[in-house]
Every structure is written in C-alpha cells, then in structure tokens.
Design a protein around this ligand. Structure first.
Ligand code: DLL
Length: 432
C-alpha cells in the first residue's frame, strides 16, 4: 500500500528535478542564515549559487556529529526560536547530547514520512498500533505516534518498558501493529511465554522495528515467534527521526528512502569519495526540506548499500540495504574487521541457539580476544555436556570460516543475558 502516490511513485526524472530545486534552496538558505555553513562553504570554495546539477553536491563539505556538539545546543538552527515547536536530543555516550529542532512544517514532514512508512508496512485506519518505542527525547515514540495518527490508526502510546502491561494491551486492545526495537520484540516474546500466553494467537499482524541493527536471521526468529511480518525502519534524530527510510511489505528487501526529503550518498568512510551505486559504504544524508535544522552531507557512520533496481511495490525511491552497523561499532580483532551483526547472523542460524548474545572483547598481552556468550534453549542447556561442547565447537568453526575471526563461544542458559527495552547493548569492549 502506498500513502502518497504523488511523491512515492514519481518518475525518477521528475523526482530529480524536484530534488535539485529543493537542494539549491536549502544550500542557499543555510549559507545565508548559519555562520557555521557560511564559513565551511567558503573554506571549501563551494558556492551554493553555482549549483547546476545534483552531482554538484559533492563539492560541498561534510557535516559531522562533532559539528553539532561544537555548535551546542542550537547553533545550526536556521530559524528563530519562536518558530521552533519541538526539540529532541540524542544521548551522547560522553558529554552533551546533540539537540535537534523542528518547525511546525518539520513536524508535518516527519508525520508524513512516518505515515508513508506505516502504510508501506501494511497498516491503515482500521489498525490498532501499539507504540513501544520510548517517548521522550528519543525520537522513536513521538515519530511513530504522529505517523500512526496521520494514517488514522488507533494509537496506543505505550512507550518502552512495563512489559507485562505491554502484553496485556496487545491482547486486550486487539493490537494489529507494534513499533519497537527488534531486541524489545524478542524480549516481549519471552515475557508473553512466561505469562503463559501464545503471542502467535494474538491478532497482531505486523511489527515495524528499528533504531538498531538487526539481521535477516533475527527477522525470521521474530516473525516465527510472533507470527507476524517484521518490517525494518531506519532513521536518525539529526535527519528527522524514524522514517528516513522503511521497507515495504511487498518486498521486505531494502528500505525505501524518502528521497523527496532526503538525498542520500554512499561514500568510502576513509577517503570520503562517493562510491558507485550498489557498493557498501557510509550513508551520507542531506535534508532538502527541513526548516529548523537542515543538514548538509551529514556523515551517519552507518554502513549500507543502495539498491537502485525497481521494486515490485511500485515506489520509485531507491532502497538502502539493512544497516550492517555503525563504523564506530566495528570491532577490530587481531586485524580482522567484525560487526556484531555478522556474529548475530552466524549464531541465530544454528538450531538450539537463542537470539540473545553478548560479545566480550579484551586484550591479553598484545593479543585481542573475542568471547561470545550466547543463550541456548533450556532443553539443550540441561542436556548432555558433550552436546553443548560440540555446539560450541561448531559455532567457533562457523565464525572462523564465515567471518575469519577466532572467537571463544560460551553457551549459557536461557535468560542469563541482559534484556533490553530500547536499543540493545551487545558489546563489552574491555580494551577501551
Ligand atoms: O534511532 C531513530 C529511530 C527510531 C529509527 C525508531 C528507527 C526507529 P537515534 O537515536 O538518533 O535515532 O539513532 C540513530 O540508530 O544512525 C543507526 O546507527 C541506528 N539505527 C536506526 N534505525 C536503524 C535500523 C533513532 N533500522 C542511529 N537499522 C542510526 C540499523 C538503525 N540501525
């Protein structure tokens, strides 16, 4: 299903003409109103008035998360405060958070892209949508909420946590769609079982999950466990929040980027060079309609690749493959680059292994070590020791063969690894 046929199915030529018009407008606007951009553009010799094609964007400098911090809290805003109707902030791991602002029109744009995402996931006005993303400074809750209301669904602002109540709401209010992180979806599955409920019997038909990396193997686990379709949604607060891109129910393969609002480039994270379409690299976004805080060539650190082939759903927007992870989350273990999502793929494909794991990285002397703690099904854990040891060896071999890194596997009993209500934390790096 398509929410906005006027834009989501625009022929590429018309879309690109629209993008160019909007791009010129935003480049001129930030140059005239934000001293940071004026200085950066001038230093790079990038003239916003000389832009003729979309490719000219590559002449402009990147914007980094540190630029938001350096201009904390609102130094990158293009409008006076009386036009800002909402502020969100993302918690930085250290120091000050990054603050983002929205005008009334930005909130409208955000609701629009979320309405498109939820419609693409098969939801509509007859649905009951439980929003179990956190409400607050995090953009997940309110983003899904506004989108849900826009499509006319009955929205339940459950927020994250209070899991037993979530299960009760799901059942008693005949919820047909849920939004939360994929790790919270796993968590809720277990809680339902503990309460003696078979979540597969609930009327729910679709989950729209995001805010953290998750693999197709994890998708299968969630889909089977809940008896639903699991859709991936992507976004970041700096660009707008959730709704930058989302999968469609028809293909469930790659997230359609709302390209009438966000331009995407994929670059080599080391050289900054724009990569040919289809190669894996860092996603860089330029917002072309945002009013309060547009961002030009924003370096997300998220690694993915673009899919430019037409999609069977009829949308003309290009898609981005599931995010492998953030370049900052990449572990370098004895010289080998490893993403937690690669380990997840290997673990979750083996029978008896549960999708709850933790990676513990350490350095002993000069050697990096990787230990993977992963839960196995109860029957399995309490079965023969020999079978457990065999599975440990099998997983160690899989990881070595597929990823090329040596890991020590430790199988642990169910429910011994931390559960999450928001974004999962799956790595403890003791080297830091
Ligand atoms: O996580 C916004 C969001 C809310 C997206 C709900 C989807 C659903 P931030 O807290 O600013 O915003 O974190 C943004 O989360 O740069 C990615 O690294 C990661 N991320 C978000 N969605 C996905 C996804 C929200 N579907 C950061 N797959 C991004 C993988 C994701 N990573």
């Amino acid at each position: 299903m398509i929410w906005n046929n006027e834009f989501e199915t625009l022929p590429r030529e018309a879309l690109e003409a629209l993008q160019l018009k909007r791009l010129k407008n935003v480049l001129e606007r930030v140059y005239e109103t934000v001293p940071f951009y004026k200085k950066r553009f001038d230093e790079a010799g990038a003239d916003p008035y000389a832009v003729r094609t979309l490719d000219d964007l590559t002449n402009f400098p990147f914007t980094y998360k540190t630029d938001l911090r350096d201009n904390y809290p609102c130094g990158l805003f293009t409008v006076p405060q009386d036009q800002v109707v909402r502020l969100h902030a993302s918690s930085g791991t250290t120091g000050k958070p990054t603050v983002v602002g929205y005008t009334q029109r930005d909130v409208e744009t955000w609701s629009e892209v979320m309405a498109r995402s939820l419609t693409g996931a098969g939801l509509g006005k007859h649905d009951v949508l439980q929003v179990a993303f956190g409400y607050g400074l995090f953009t997940g809750g309110l983003g899904a909420h506004y989108g849900g209301e826009k499509i006319g669904a009955s929205v339940i602002p459950a927020s994250g946590g209070n899991s037993k109540r979530q299960i009760m709401l799901l059942k008693d209010l005949n919820v047909t769609g849920i939004c939360c992180t994929p790790s919270y979806a796993l968590n809720l599955m277990d809680i339902a079982a503990e309460l003696g409920e078979d979540i597969r019997d609930f009327p729910i038909k679709v989950g729209v999950f995001g805010a953290e990396p998750w693999t197709d193997e994890m998708r299968r686990t969630v889909e089977e466990g809940w008896g639903i379709d699991a859709i991936d949604i992507y976004g970041l607060s700096e660009i707008i929040g959730p709704g930058v891109s989302c999968e469609c129910l028809e293909a469930k393969r790659g997230m359609h980027i709302n390209e009438d609002h966000f331009l995407v480039e994929v670059i080599d994270p080391v050289t900054g060079r724009v990569l040919p379409k289809g190669e894996v690299g860092e996603l860089v976004f330029t917002t072309i309609t945002k009013e309060a805080m547009p961002l030009i060539r924003y370096r997300t650190r998220d690694l993915s690749r673009l899919i430019t082939q037409p999609c069977k759903c009829g949308r003309t927007f290009h898609r981005m493959e599931k995010v492998m992870g953030r370049s900052d989350d990449m572990l370098i273990i004895r010289g080998v680059n490893v993403f937690p999502s690669q380990i997840e793929s290997v673990l979750v494909s083996r029978k008896g292994v549960l999708p709850h794991y933790m990676l513990i990285v350490d350095r002993i002397g000069t050697l990096d070590t990787l230990e993977v703690h992963v839960e196995v099904e109860g029957d399995f854990f309490f079965d023969e020791v020999r079978k457990l040891q065999e599975l440990e060896k099998t997983l160690e071999k899989d990881i070595k063969d597929i990823i090329g890194v040596t890991a020590k596997i430790k199988l642990v009993e169910p429910k011994s690894i931390a559960r999450f209500e928001g974004k999962a934390q799956r790595v403890i790096d003791k080297r830091k």
